[in-house]
Design a binder for this molecule. Structure first.
Ligand code: ACO
Length: 320
């Protein structure tokens, strides 16, 4: 499987750390030193579907194939206003696609989880051209009276078109149960029979524990993938890591003992956009000509669950 199209979209509203310090007990220096985030984009006048459509249209256009030639749409999304229908279903007609679709909740690892499934579909020749859309509005899960979580996130969407070809070399996706460290709970409707009171709880996160799990699990993914493919960090040209926290990226970089230039970031501008983050970074770098034809890329992500997803691929240039 190879990537033949990329796209991304961000909300217009830019929110600085100082703007947050206007109503939260926080500061630009705390957020910058603990996370690396300076600004984030938050949905205001647009909807998540608007972003998802914009990213998907850009990815399809750059792929050179027509919307009607998309055989499957996998939509990575943790939550949006609709429980049903799926976000993917809502995108099909506006995009001009007529194909099966489902939403996948792989938390922040959702894009790599989607790629792994697409790879299996393509390898078995069941489907050929697959559109993956990762669209997330994590700002809508947070309690905006709580400084611990709300400063970390931003909204955004990314999209990839993949097809058969030489690109992806290997994947590693993992899952484990650590519900308490990171969750967002939504109350469902009551029935005459349910005995347990159900209530919505905005995002709850044990930051330090998530940090520890993220570094430990990502390093294991990267080490296993490199070893399995007879490679070392030297063989990777670009590391595209989940854009959650600069300090997490730095821990992984230090473990690999590789130069900073190999670890591009954009979390400074967008915060943590959950599963959309790696795709947004990939789209920006690719459009800026910073991903060279034949470059070896390593993707690595982690998220609530606890889940992780990593992959190694050879990049083939895309004409925009
Ligand atoms: N502004 C000012 N002070 C704050 C803020 C804030 N926004 N948030 C917390 N603090 C305070 C705490 O209350 C604490 O105060 P205390 O010492 O008086 O108790 C102090 O800062 C230190 O808090 P820690 O939690 O120890 O700070 P830490 O250095 O661990 O940084 C952070 C916190 C940034 C959340 C870090 O733990 C982290 O990045 N964790 C991983 C988060 C993550 O990646 N989440 C997403 C994962 S999955 C996904 O992408 C959905």
């Amino acid at each position: 499987m190879k990537i033949i199209g990329t796209g991304s979209a961000l909300p217009e509203k830019v929110v600085t750390n100082d703007m947050l310090a206007g109503f939260l007990n926080t500061s630009d220096s705390w957020i910058t030193t603990r996370t690396g985030i300076h600004t984030r984009r938050l949905l205001s006048i647009e909807t998540l579907e608007d972003l998802a459509l914009k990213a998907a249209r850009a990815a399809i256009e750059s792929s050179g194939i027509q919307p009607e030639d998309i055989d499957y749409l996998i939509c990575s999304n943790v939550a949006n206003s609709y429980v049903s229908p799926s976000l993917g279903s809502m995108l099909l007609s506006p995009l001009g696609c007529c194909c099966p679709t489902f939403d996948l909740n792989g938390a922040c690892a959702g894009l790599v989880y989607s790629l792994d499934i697409a790879d299996a579909f393509i390898k078995t020749k069941k489907y050929r051209n697959i559109l993956i859309v990762a669209a997330e509005e994590p700002s809508r899960f947070c309690n905006w009276h709580e400084r611990e979580t709300s400063v970390l996130f931003g909204d955004g969407a990314s999209a990839l078109v993949v097809t058969d070809g030489e690109g992806f070399m290997d994947f590693r996706v993992t899952g484990d149960t650590h519900t308490d460290v990171l969750y967002y709970k939504r109350a469902l409707e009551s029935t005459p029979y349910d005995r347990v009171e159900d209530k919505t709880e905005p995002l709850v996160m044990q930051g330090r524990e998530v940090f520890r799990l993220a570094v430990e699990a990502s390093i294991e993914d990267v080490d296993v993938l490199l070893e399995r493919n007879g490679m070392t960090g030297e063989d990777i040209d670009v590391f595209l890591l989940h854009q959650a926290n600069l300090r997490i990226i730095e821990c992984i970089r230090e473990h690999l003992d590789q130069p900073r230039e190999k670890f591009p970031t954009n979390l400074q501008n967008y915060g943590n956009t959950s599963s959309a983050s790696i795709g947004i970074l990939m789209d920006e770098l690719s459009r800026a000509g910073q991903l060279k034809d034949g470059a070896t890329l390593l993707l690595s992500s982690f998220g609530g669950g606890f889940v992780t997803g990593a992959a190694i691929l050879k990049w083939s240039g895309i004409q925009y």
